[in-house]
Design a binder for this molecule. Structure first.
Ligand SMILES: Cc1cc2nc3c(=O)[nH]c(=O)nc-3n(C[C@H](O)[C@H](O)[C@H](O)COP(=O)(O)OP(=O)(O)OC[C@H]3O[C@@H](n4cnc5c(N)ncnc54)[C@H](O)[C@@H]3O)c2cc1C
Length: 423
């Protein structure tokens, strides 16, 4: 039961924070309904997808696009060549052939602000801790402070804020239990994230180097297999692959084949098998190590790193390496909404309302507008961030969320622009 009314008629001002696949689609949907929309992104359009742009997506293009998006592109440029619906695009192709053209459609282009970080969102009059009711807060506009590369700081006002900033903002801790290790202050040159294009543009950084990687999910799997491939042509290349132990103390891989359910022809199961073999020690260039996490990192005078791993309550193991790669995932950022009242799930650090649905299995997840309500009136969290630090978000979840949310805001349960675009 909420003490405010989620319905807001167009034209009202909507600010969408984050121009990833879900932010772009949200902006498009809202514009079709006549809302006045600003779409604000920290970096480039779909910058987070570009981080893993060299990798192939695990669902085909028809699952990563919508009837509304395709209709908008055809209306803008009738001769535009669109990807084959059954093609498995790389992240880069998806951005170039779908997301960027969408962001450039007349419908949303004027409201798109790139290289503009949202620094803080508050209400114009209500403080976070004052006694105002939901109804009073809901009637008060949002104030959004933006730090833009070209314009400097500026503010926007909005009746509705939709947060689609994803769950790729901050690295998760690599110390035991997800904490932080003791580490040297300036280490960006030798500590990297795993979305490196090992066989492409980042090869120079990795070739004939000893790399220590920590992680056991999809990003770790891609990285390990690519490093093994690189070692075939550059035999000095070595990978120490540190993962959590199973109950018998052996290095483990998290289940990465779940995504293959949506695309049985995809090579994810093969990737999983290759990784299981690597973790059994079948490769001379990949050394598996089971550990609870990285206790400390020291930089030694020759520029390499000395990494201390915790392998038991009192047991440690030292390894030196040229580069440390974090491959244990990312998490969302919340500090820019400090002045708002947003309920969060203590388990996933995602918004509370969405947590139960996010934890159900992909084919059964059924989003309702109500599941997207937060304790801050007219503030919604869609896309990868709605899952918090949990894996398993699919673009199809995001499209379902958008449809359900605008049915709620529009006060029409049957409102479905996707269905309409297909007629
Ligand atoms: C390797 C890989 C392959 C995948 N393949 C598939 C697939 O085949 N099918 C599928 O359904 N899903 C797939 N996914 C999952 C999903 O597509 C992605 O997680 C997707 O990027 C989520 O979209 P999003 O719009 O929610 O968030 P993001 O793409 O993370 O976008 C968030 C945006 O918000 C911006 N931002 C963050 N903070 C701020 C701020 N303070 N101010 C302004 N802007 C900000 C960021 O710059 C970014 O552009 C894949 C994920 C990975 C990692």
């Amino acid at each position: 039961m909420i003490d405010w009314d989620p319905e807001i008629d167009s034209p009202a001002a909507v600010v969408v924070v984050g121009a990833g696949p879900i932010g772009i689609e949200t902006a498009l949907y809202a514009r079709f309904l006549g809302y006045d929309v600003q779409l604000i992104d920290h970096g480039k359009v779909a910058g987070n997808v570009l981080k893993w742009g060299h990798l192939k997506m695990f669902t085909p293009f028809h699952r990563n696009s919508t009837s509304l998006g395709l209709a908008a592109l055809r209306a803008q440029e009738p001769d535009l060549k669109l990807p084959d619906p059954n093609a498995y695009l790389t992240g880069q192709q998806y951005v170039n052939e779908y997301l960027v053209p969408l962001a450039k459609t007349d419908l949303i282009y004027d409201g798109v602000h790139v290289h503009s970080r949202v620094v803080s969102i508050s209400r114009v009059q209500s403080q976070r801790d004052d006694a105002s009711s939901g109804d009073e807060r809901g009637g008060d506009e949002f104030r959004i402070l933006v730090d833009s590369k070209s314009r400097g700081p500026w503010t926007a006002r909005a009746d509705i804020v939709i947060d689609t900033t994803g769950n790729f903002s901050l690295p998760r801790g690599i110390a035991p239990g997800g904490g932080s290790p003791i580490e040297p202050v300036e280490s960006e040159d030798v500590i990297k994230h795993a979305w490196l294009d090992v066989l492409g543009k980042h090869q120079d950084l990795l070739r004939d180097k000893h790399v220590l990687m920590y992680g056991n999910g999809l990003e770790a799997a891609h990285f390990a297999v690519a490093m093994e491939q690189l070692a075939k042509s550059h035999p000095q290349t070595k990978l120490s692959w540190v993962t959590l132990p199973d109950e018998n103390g052996n290095p483990t891989l998290r289940d990465i084949s779940c995504a293959a359910v949506y695309s049985p022809s995809h090579e994810l199961s093969e990737l999983q098998q290759q990784c299981h073999a690597l973790l059994k020690g079948t490769s001379s260039s990949v050394v598996p190590i089971a550990a609870w996490g990285i206790e400390r990192i020291d930089r030694i005078p020759n520029g390499t790193l000395n990494v201390t791993l915790l392998t038991g309550f009192e047991d440690t193991l030292q390894r030196s390496c040229d580069l440390l790669v974090r491959a244990n995932g990312m998490k969302p950022q919340w500090d820019f909404v400090d002045a708002l009242r947003i309920d969060r799930c203590s388990h996933t650090d995602g918004p509370k309302g969405a947590a139960a649905i996010a934890s159900s299995s992909g084919e059964q997840r059924s989003w309702t507008g109500e599941s997207l309500l937060t304790t801050e009136p007219h503030y919604y969290v869609l896309g990868g961030k709605s899952f918090g630090s949990r894996d398993g978000f699919l673009l199809q979840d995001g499209y379902q969320q958008i449809r359900s949310l605008f049915a709620l805001i529009g006060g029409r349960a049957d409102l479905d622009l996707y269905k309409r675009a297909m007629e």
